[in-house]
Design a protein around this ligand. Structure first.
Ligand code: SAM
Length: 338
């Protein structure tokens, strides 16, 4: 029997639903959204792509490489491990090399020592849009396990000050260990709820990253039930409430003239455009264009379910999963000087 659905008006497309596992209770709702965002053909491609991730990517972490001589040795050792080359440089994020997953890059000693960091192009690209500068004060408001914090620290060459916030104890300690292992020395750690940070330190930071807790739709893998069983339309709404409050806190913590980067690894507008739209409505925030975009991307939506949203949302970016890229959404936001 069809379930009542108060979020989406179109019926679920049976051809899309058939691609999903039988034990995904909300497969219909998930497919409806995906089709409403991307259209039938692209939604079908994305659903297939999610279970076919065969490529990893990594970058060289200069914070943990002491000299040019060490770098030469590392490059030789990586090439030997990977069968003669470092991998393929990823377009748009040329510091990243993509390699076949079965090349087992994670088993190279440099992954453990922090001399290389395995990271999806989506994460690395988000940090390049944030564009951290040396000697700045930067807030990472939802930071664990710290992959983007590390990419920020590397761009700052361990100068300035980085504040990394994470409320969940186990994730907080994992992040600390991860960043220490990778040679980050310009970070201070705060185990607290990001929603209270803006009130505690208003207009403090040059840049703020909010890589928001989300329903992680682009991390779903139909071969692993733990990656999709948490998903339901109700959970998406709950998550959206938290995201709206986190983005207000992130914006409050930003200096006038500063830049806030909001991103998630979910596909739907509920966790993306609608969250950014709520900030635009309540504050003087302005969306900035993202000038260089990967070919597997499209502008943010300005209409959802027949309703018009802020036109500037088309300056935000939705990246579709393809090759080494996980899917994600990103908005670059400017706080005007009054
Ligand atoms: N930026 C991280 C990275 O690149 O490694 C990933 C961040 S993950 C998408 C979102 C994080 O937000 C999770 O670690 C989650 O525990 C944390 N989180 C959940 N609720 C939060 C809150 N109220 N305030 C701050 N962070 C929160």
């Amino acid at each position: 029997m069809a379930r009542a659905n108060k979020y989406i008006v179109l019926p679920a497309n049976p051809e899309l639903v058939a691609q999903l596992p039988d034990d995904f209770q909300f497969a219909g709702d998930f497919c409806q959204r995906l089709e409403a965002v991307f259209g039938f053909a692209e939604a079908g491609r994305i659903i297939a792509e999610l279970s076919q991730k065969t490529i990893s990517s990594y970058w060289l972490n200069d914070l943990q490489i002491e000299s040019e001589a060490d770098k030469v040795l590392l490059l030789e050792s990586l090439k030997a491990h990977l069968g003669g080359s470092l991998g393929v440089s990823v377009p748009m994020v040329s510091d990243l090399y993509s390699v076949a997953r079965d090349a087992a890059i994670s088993q190279h000693a440099s992954a453990e020592s922090g001399q290389i960091y395995i990271q999806n192009p989506a994460s690395y690209f988000a940090v390049s849009i944030l564009d951290p500068q040396t000697d700045e004060e930067i807030l990472d408001l939802a930071a664990a396990p710290g992959g983007k914090t590390l990419a920020i620290a590397a761009r700052m060459n361990n100068t300035g000050r980085l504040a990394a916030v994470e409320p969940i104890r186990s994730r907080f300690f994992r992040m600390q260990a991860n960043l220490q292992r990778c040679g980050v020395t310009n970070v201070e750690f705060y185990q607290r709820d990001g929603r209270s940070v803006g009130r505690a330190v208003p207009e403090r930071f040059d840049r703020v990253l909010l890589d928001a807790p989300c329903s992680s739709e682009s991390r779903m893998n139909w071969l692993d039930a733990s990656t999709y069983q948490h998903w339901s339309p109700r959970k998406v709404k709950e998550t959206q409430r938290k995201q709206k409050s986190l983005i207000r806190s992130a914006y409050a913590a930003l200096k006038p003239g500063g830049i806030l980067l909001y991103c998630t690894c979910s596909f739907g507008p509920d966790e993306n455009e609608l969250v950014v739209a709520s900030l635009l409505k309540k504050t003087d925030a302005q969306i900035m264009p993202i000038t260089e975009c990967p070919s597997n991307s499209m502008p943010g939506l300005t209409r959802w379910l027949g309703k018009k949203m802020n036109e500037d949302l088309d300056l935000t970016l939705r990246v579709m999963p393809a090759g080494p890229w996980d899917g994600f959404y990103v908005a670059k936001i400017f706080k005007p000087i009054a």
